[in-house]
Design a protein around this ligand. Structure first.
Ligand SMILES: [Zn+2]
Length: 321
């Protein structure tokens, strides 16, 4: 694993192990409206604008070309060969283990620890998409070195980039909620952690996750090492949600700094470019991620999914070195 697949191994994978049935229905059912793209030499997907009118043609192509990587569009087009006549696009959130801004592993690439952290983050995002935004129809894909959440509810597939960016900011907790609320009786001070619903609740959850994954090497805007160390020292108070106490220990001004720092860091939990790009191509579930020799695969049960068991192709176990 984490070693590049040879051409021989790719052939073995597509001709002996891969099965067209592993392509999820949500892709197969609209295959004629999608653009496919391929990377044949490991230099990026430059063979694009491919269209397959049936799964059988896709099967023949993959068996004979055994590409380094295979992708398909999140968009449906009337004329996918020209990327023309855009109909709608899946709403996608891409969490790459390598790019998580707060990783406790400190590895150079990806490892078991950061892949697990990516999975935890994705679990939180899915809860918010379902619980807060009422979305129902989504598929979770292990990409080979992270996760893709692909939402196909009709309500979101027609949305433009601006709204997608707003949804992204909401679910990752990228903005510090306001703390002044007013009504006829006057102005109230309400901290995010004392509001148990809506965006403040999401924000509180994300900040908590962030605080528990800080290390002394974490880099946050406007947060010095002394503050970082104090946050780490007192964060156990948040295990019991003692936010008020935690804020007092840190001091209100420094508390503001730390939540602001985490909010801006949250923006890089998900690759925003992928979420707002209506014409993106994404790695095809069932295909081989040749760079790391893992299978891109749909996840049926996030609780039990283990990439080191469920996404490892047979040829990896058969390697001799
Ligand atoms: Zn790692």
């Amino acid at each position: 694993m984490f070693k590049q697949a040879t051409l021989e191994e790719r052939r073995k994978y597509y001709r002996e192990e891969w099965d067209i049935k592993q392509v999820p229905d949500f892709i197969g059912n609209f295959i004629e409206n999608r653009e496919f793209g391929f990377d044949h030499f490991g230099r990026g997907p430059n063979d694009r604008y491919k269209v397959f009118s049936t799964l059988d043609y896709l099967k023949r192509f993959l068996r004979s070309k055994t590409p380094f990587a295979a992708y398909c569009s999140v968009a449906y087009y009337q004329k996918p060969r020209r990327r023309d006549g855009w109909m709608k696009s899946e709403l996608v959130f891409d969490v790459d283990a390598k790019d998580i801004p707060i990783r406790t592993c400190g590895c150079d690439d990806v490892c078991e620890i950061c892949l697990n952290e990516a999975k935890e983050i994705v679990g939180g995002l899915i809860d918010t998409l379902k619980g807060d935004l009422g979305l129902k129809n989504m598929h979770l894909i292990y990409s080979g070195r992270g996760y893709h959440i692909r939402v196909i509810d009709d309500d979101v597939m027609g949305l433009g980039s601006d709204v997608r960016s707003q949804i992204l900011k909401y679910i990752v907790g990228a903005d510090v909620p306001k703390d002044k609320y007013d009504d006829a009786a006057g102005i109230y001070d309400l901290q995010h952690f004392s509001i148990p619903l809506g965006y403040p609740k999401v924000f509180t959850q994300r900040v908590k996750y962030g605080i528990f994954h800080l290390t002394e090497d974490s880099k946050l805007d406007d947060v010095n090492l002394k503050l970082l160390k104090d946050v780490i020292k007192y964060r156990n108070l948040l295990e019991d949600d003692e936010w008020g106490l935690f804020k007092n220990r840190i001091g209100p001004l420094r508390y503001k700094k730390i939540i602001k720092g985490i909010a801006s860091l949250n923006m890089s939990l998900v690759d925003a470019k992928v979420s707002i790009d209506l014409k993106r191509i994404l790695r095809l579930p069932s295909s081989l991620h040749s760079k790391v020799s893992m299978r891109c695969t749909e996840i049926k049960n996030i609780e039990t999914f283990d990439p080191f068991k469920d996404a490892v192709p047979k040829f990896v176990w058969e390697r001799e070195d």
